[in-house]
Design a protein around this ligand. Structure first.
Ligand code: AMP
Length: 210
């Protein structure tokens, strides 16, 4: 099963992908996590991406498409995967098609902009494994320490309020057109993000199975 999770930053794609990938036994592939890792390791892709990521701009298609192509060719993705944060432009969706990747379903997680801002200000991510947390809705068991791998949990530079608005504008301009792209192919399902993570997970699984 090849799935795409679509939605504005902070809608809960990563959190839902972490839950659903365990249930379905397929990896969750987050281009944002891979790019942050590349930045941390100072790879050529990371160096090229850092400035744009810090500003909340998209990284050029050719860089992200290259990273994604290598990742989905890996063994653990042979039986399917969940893409979280890719594609983010119509050009990236067309690149997936050109790679011959069959997408089964695209799940849009919809959350209104006002709620997004509140969610992002409390979001924290693990520097080690990329797991996401929220100071109120999904706190770590030990303050500042990842439950999964024990690494430090921090606020992302691009989750600061001044960057969030520009990321939302970028989403509307560049990524929201993908809803029409996949709707025209009969693949789009929309889930309304709920306050409780487990409620959204239930709706997400229903949308995938239905
Ligand atoms: P995310 O963790 O998905 O919010 O991504 C964090 C940042 O990484 C984004 O604001 C972009 O700068 C970059 N990024 C992640 N995925 C993509 C993508 N598919 N296309 C372009 N830039 C991306």
């Amino acid at each position: 099963m090849n799935l795409i999770f679509l939605g504005a930053p902070g809608a809960g794609k990563g959190t839902q992908a972490e839950i659903v990938c365990e249930k379905l036994g397929i990896p969750a592939i987050s281009t944002g996590n891979m790019l942050r890792e590349a930045v941390k390791n100072g790879t050529p892709a990371g160096l090229a991406a850092k400035e744009r990521m810090d500003k909340g701009d998209l990284v050029p298609d050719e860089i992200v498409i290259g990273i994604l192509k290598d990742r989905i060719a890996m063994d653990d993705a042979k039986n399917g995967f969940i893409l979280d944060g890719f594609p983010r432009t119509v050009a990236q969706a067309e690149a997936l098609d050109a790679m011959g990747v069959q997408i089964d379903k695209v799940i849009e997680i919809y959350v209104p902009d006002e709620a997004i801002c509140a969610r992002l200000s409390g979001r924290r991510v693990c520097e080690g494994c990329g797991n996401s947390y929220h100071v109120d809705f999904k706190p770590t068991k030990v303050d500042g320490v990842c439950d999964a791998c024990g690494a430090k949990v921090v606020q992302r530079v691009d989750d600061k309020p001044e960057t969030v608005l520009s990321r939302l504008a970028t989403y509307q301009e560049k990524t929201a057109p993908l809803k029409d792209y996949y709707s025209a192919k009969g693949k789009l399902k929309t889930v309304v993000g709920q306050d409780e993570i487990s409620d959204t997970a239930k709706l997400t699984l229903e949308a995938i199975e239905g």
